[in-house]
Write a protein that binds this ligand. Structure first.
Ligand code: AMP
Length: 215
């Protein structure tokens, strides 16, 4: 089963992807995570990617499609969760072609609906365990013990360079201009399902399970 999680930055795509990986053994393909890895590579390409990402703009289609192509060819679990990809119509077309080439289908596109005011609060309080990737929030999801990861016990946490109010404004603009047309694109293909991304994590997970269990 292959699924796209579609929604603005801060909608909860990464959090829900991780739950699906744990529950269903699926493989999460997050272009954001892949690009953050490329940023730290020290290469010329890494530097260019870092500048674009830190401004909150989209990286070129060519780069992200190449990354996805590579990961789809590698060994993987019981289907893919595309998290943060596709983000443009060109990427959506490329994904369709890649799935067809692998003899795979796209089973669902889940739109996570949230309003902009909630996104600002969500994004600016977000932090991640530097060891296992567990996601926390200063107000709504703090660690049980201050400074200690609930999952792996690590004391090392990171905050994203683009989780600032300025970069978020740009990321939202990019979303509305370039990514939101995908809602109509997948609706027309009969693949679109919407869930309320403002509900708490367990309720959103339940709504996503309901969609996937229909397939
Ligand atoms: P994310 O972790 O999904 O919020 O992505 C963080 C940043 O990585 C975005 O703001 C973009 O700069 C870049 N990025 C991630 N995925 C894509 C994509 N599919 N197309 C273009 N840029 C992307």
């Amino acid at each position: 089963m292959n699924v796209i999680l579609l929604g603005p930055p801060g909608a909860g795509k990464g959090t829900q992807s991780k739950l699906l990986v744990d529950e269903r053994g699926m493989t999460q393909l997050s272009t954001g995570d892949m690009l953050r890895e490329a940023k730290t590579s020290g290469t010329e390409m890494g530097h260019r990617v870092a500048e674009v990402m830190n401004r909150g703009e989209l990286v070129t289609d060519e780069i992200v499609i190449g990354l996805i192509e590579e990961k789809m060819a590698a060994p993987h679990g019981a289907g893919f969760i595309f998290d943060g990809f596709p983000r443009t119509l060109a990427q959506a077309d490329a994904l369709g072609a890649l799935l067809a080439r692998h003899g795979e289908t796209l089973d669902a596109v889940i739109e996570m609906r949230v309003d902009d005011a909630a996104l600002v609060a969500r994004i600016t309080g977000r932090f991640t365990c530097g060891n296992c990737g567990a996601v926390y929030h200063d107000q709504t999801r703090p660690t049980a013990k201050p400074g200690v990861c609930d999952v792996c016990g690590s004391h090392h946490f990171t905050r994203r360079a683009d989780d600032t109010a300025d970069a978020l404004r740009q990321r939202l603009m990019e979303y509305y201009k370039k990514t939101s047309p995908l809602i109509g694109y997948y609706y027309a293909k009969g693949a679109l399902q919407s869930v309320d991304g403002l509900a708490d994590i367990d309720h959103v997970a339940q709504a996503i399970r309901k969609v996937l269990d229909k397939h």
